[in-house]
Structure formats: C-alpha cells, structure tokens
Design a protein around this ligand. Structure first.
Ligand SMILES: [Zn+2]
Length: 123
C-alpha cells in the first residue's frame, strides 16, 4: 500500500511539472494568458487531490491571490527587500514574500529515526 501511494505521488508530481512546462511554453508563445492559468489551475488541483506539494520553485510562479501564472517582468515584479524576495502580482497586487533561504524546523520527514510508516500512520 505504501509503495502504491509513493507511485501515485510520483506520477502526480510529474504531471504538475509537465503542466508548468506547458504553462511556460504557452506564456512565451502568446500574450493570451488564459491557457497558462488553466494549466496552473490543473496543477493545483492535482496537488490537492493527491496531497502532493507543488515544488517551491514552481510555487513561486503562482499568484497566491488570483492563481495566475506569474512571469517576472511581465505580470509580476520581483524585488529584493531586506531579508525577503518580494514578488508582486501586477494583476491583483498581491505581494508574496519568501526568505532567501528559509530556516527550517526539524522535520520528522528528514529524521532518520522516524520511519515513513510512522509518518503516514500506516498499520
Ligand atoms: Zn494575483
């Protein structure tokens, strides 16, 4: 059962990455953004359904306010402010901040002593 979940997560992640590739290609090709935004919407839905996180480098490309695909220099402004990278969506004005390098709390997922079985509460 564990192996099956792992495989599903893997496929979901591949699909998310592929959708972002398509969104990027579409954004370069045309000024029309609706298809890019649709790809991002699908990627988010896949992530939610299979409980897979969207990788952080891709998550930066989505507006947290209106969920459009962000292209820095076109519909997003990226500025380095103090300890943060601030991305402003030029569509809705939402600002997203991200530290240069996030300090991490110790996570059970990275701890060798805790097995994945414990983490997922499998029988
Ligand atoms: Zn926005």
């Amino acid at each position: 059962m564990k192996r099956r979940r792992r495989r599903i997560e893997d496929i979901a992640l591949q699909r998310i990455e592929r959708l972002f590739e398509l969104a990027e290609a579409e954004a370069r090709k045309t000024k029309e953004r609706s298809r890019s935004d649709r790809y991002v919407q699908l990627a988010r839905e896949i992530g939610m359904r299979y409980r897979v996180r969207i990788p952080s480098h891709l998550k930066m490309r989505i507006c947290k306010g209106c969920y459009t695909f962000l292209i820095p220099g076109e519909n997003a402004r990226v500025r380095l402010k103090g300890d943060y990278i601030t991305t402003t969506c030029l569509g809705c004005g939402k600002q997203m901040r991200r530290p240069y390098k996030a300090p991490r709390a110790p996570s059970p997922r990275r701890n060798e002593d805790v097995s994945m079985k414990d983490f997922y509460n499998c029988p």
